[in-house]
Design a protein around this ligand. Structure first.
Ligand SMILES: [Zn+2]
Ligand SMILES: [Zn+2]
Length: 404
C-alpha cells in the first residue's frame, strides 16, 4: 500500500470515526486480500491507530455494517412462503449515508471505492447462499429481495413463471384472451354485470385457472402463437402458447397433473397438452414463428353452388399468392397496408346446395373470412370472385397449426 494512501487514511480518521468495514471499503483497491473489514483492520495497524471504532459509532454507516445478520433474518422471514432456486439481494440505503459516501470519494479522489450498497448485497448473498441452499443469480434470479435499510422492510420482486403448451378450443364463442368491458374499461358496470369483462370467459382464463391455484400467482397473461376468431374452433394438435404466471409462490408444480386437472375441469371447452416449463424468450419465438394453418371452412353462397366449378377453382388456388388490404373489421387495431399471403392448398370436402365445406392450408396471418367474401375487393383474388357467386364464411375452425 502506498504511503500516500496511508497518510490519506490517517488524515481521514482524524476527521471522522470510521468502522473497519467502511475504512476498508474506501481503500479496498489498494489491498489485495481479505474482506473490507479485514482490510480496514490492516490499515489501522499500519498507521498505529489503536482505537477500534464499533459500527454503531461509525460516522459513515451509522451501524449499518453491523446489521447484516438482522437483515438476513428479515429476508429469510419474507421469503418463507416462496419457492425458488435462484435469488438475488438488492438494497435501498439511507440517502444521507450514500451522500456522505460520495462526498468522501470526491474529497479523497478515490477511484474503485466500493459503494456500501454493494457490500451489503454481496455479504448478505454470501451468507444466505449456503444457509438457504440456493444460488445467487445476477442476470436472472427467480426472486429478488430488496432490503430498505431506512425502514427495515424487505420487498420482493418475483420473476414470472412461464409454462409452454398447446391448446385446443372445443367450443365456439370463447375469445382467446381477456377483453375489458368497453363501457367501463374493466372497472365493472351494470352492462357487464360488474365483471369488468366483455366475455364471460376466455381460453386464457380457462387455461390459467388451475395453474394460478397451484402456483398461488397474483395474475397471468396468455401469449398465443396467433389467435383464432371468437367463433372458430381450434382443433388438431392445438395452438402453441406460453402462459405467464405473475408473482408465483410455488414454482415446482406438477405439470402432468395440471394438464389432467385442467382438461377434466373444462372437458368440453378447452384441452391443453405438451406442458413444460418455459421462459420469456420463448414468447418472442412463438409470436414470431410463422406457422402454416389448416382450416375447415363452411361457406354459404348467394345461390346454389356447382361442385365441378368449385373443384376447378380449388385446384387453381394451389400455391396462389393473394393480396389482402387490412380488413374493415380489424382496421381499428391493425395498420392499413397490403399483406401478401400464400394459399398452399384448397380441397372441396362437400357441396350441398348453397353450402360447401372445404379445407384450406394457408400461410400464417391470412384473413380467411376476407379471402372467401373478397371484403369489397380488398382481398384479391378471392373465392367469391373466382366462382362468380358472392359467398361468406358460415363456420371456420382451425384444424391444425403446423410445423413447430
Ligand atoms: Zn461504518
Ligand atoms: Zn362494464
Amino acid at each position: 500500500m502506498k504511503s500516500h494512501t496511508l497518510n490519506q487514511a490517517k488524515q481521514l480518521l482524524h476527521e471522522h470515526n470510521l468502522c473497519d468495514s467502511c475504512l476498508g471499503r474506501l481503500f479496498r483497491k489498494e489491498i489485495r486480500e481479505g474482506s473490507n473489514s479485514e482490510k480496514g483492520q490492516w490499515i489501522r495497524t499500519q498507521i498505529h491507530e489503536k482505537q477500534k471504532i464499533p459500527a454503531k459509532d461509525c460516522w459513515l454507516c451509522e451501524g449499518l455494517t453491523d446489521e447484516i445478520h438482522h437483515f438476513i433474518g428479515l429476508i429469510i422471514k419474507t421469503l418463507e412462503q416462496y419457492e425458488f432456486d435462484t435469488f438475488l439481494i438488492g438494497s435501498k440505503i439511507d440517502e444521507d449515508i450514500q451522500e456522505k459516501e460520495q462526498q468522501l470519494w470526491i474529497q479523497l479522489t478515490l477511484e474503485g471505492a466500493e459503494p456500501i450498497k454493494m457490500e451489503i448485497n454481496r455479504e448478505i448473498g454470501k451468507i444466505l447462499e449456503p444457509q438457504l441452499k440456493k444460488t445467487v443469480d445476477i442476470p436472472n434470479p427467480d426472486i429478488m429481495a430488496i432490503i430498505d435499510t431506512a425502514y427495515d422492510v424487505v420487498t420482493l420482486q418475483i420473476s414470472s413463471l412461464f409454462i409452454y403448451g398447446r391448446y385446443r378450443k372445443l367450443q365456439r364463442g370463447i375469445p382467446q384472451t381477456k377483453w375489458p368491458c368497453q363501457i367501463c374499461q374493466g372497472k365493472g358496470c351494470k352492462k357487464c354485470q360488474y365483471t369488468g369483462k366483455l366475455y364471460e370467459t376466455t381460453v386464457e382464463e380457462l387455461i390459467a385457472k388451475n395453474a394460478l391455484k397451484l402456483t398461488q400467482g397474483t395474475d397471468e397473461s396468455l401469449h398465443g402463437s396467433g389467435r383464432e376468431d371468437i367463433d372458430a374452433l381450434m382443433l388438431g394438435t392445438g395452438r402453441p402458447f406460453v402462459l405467464e404466471i405473475k408473482n408465483p409462490k410455488k414454482r415446482n408444480i406438477d405439470l402432468v397433473s395440471l394438464e389432467k386437472e385442467t382438461n377434466s375441469t373444462f372437458k368440453n371447452s378447452i384441452e391443453i397438452s405438451c406442458l413444460r416449463f418455459s421462459n420469456r424468450e420463448e414468447i418472442a419465438r412463438i409470436k414470431a414463428a410463422e406457422f402454416r394453418k389448416i382450416y375447415r371452412v363452411t361457406i354459404e353462397a348467394g345461390q346454389p353452388l356447382n361442385k365441378e366449378k368449385l373443384i376447378k377453382v380449388a385446384q387453381s388456388l394451389q400455391g396462389q399468392l393473394i393480396k389482402q388490404f387490412t380488413p374493415t373489421r380489424v382496421a381499428h387495431r391493425r395498420a392499413n397496408k397490403i399483406r401478401e399471403r400464400h394459399i398452399y392448398n384448397c380441397t372441396i370436402e362437400s357441396v350441398d346446395g348453397i353450402i360447401a365445406s372445404l379445407t384450406l392450408e394457408t400461410e400464417s396471418g391470412t384473413y380467411i373470412k376476407e379471402f372467401v367474401s373478397g371484403d369489397n375487393d380488398k382481398t384479391q383474388p378471392n373465392l367469391s370472385e373466382l366462382i362468380g357467386i358472392p359467398c361468406k364464411v358460415k363456420e371456420l375452425d382451425v384444424i391444425d397449426v403446423k410445423g413447430e
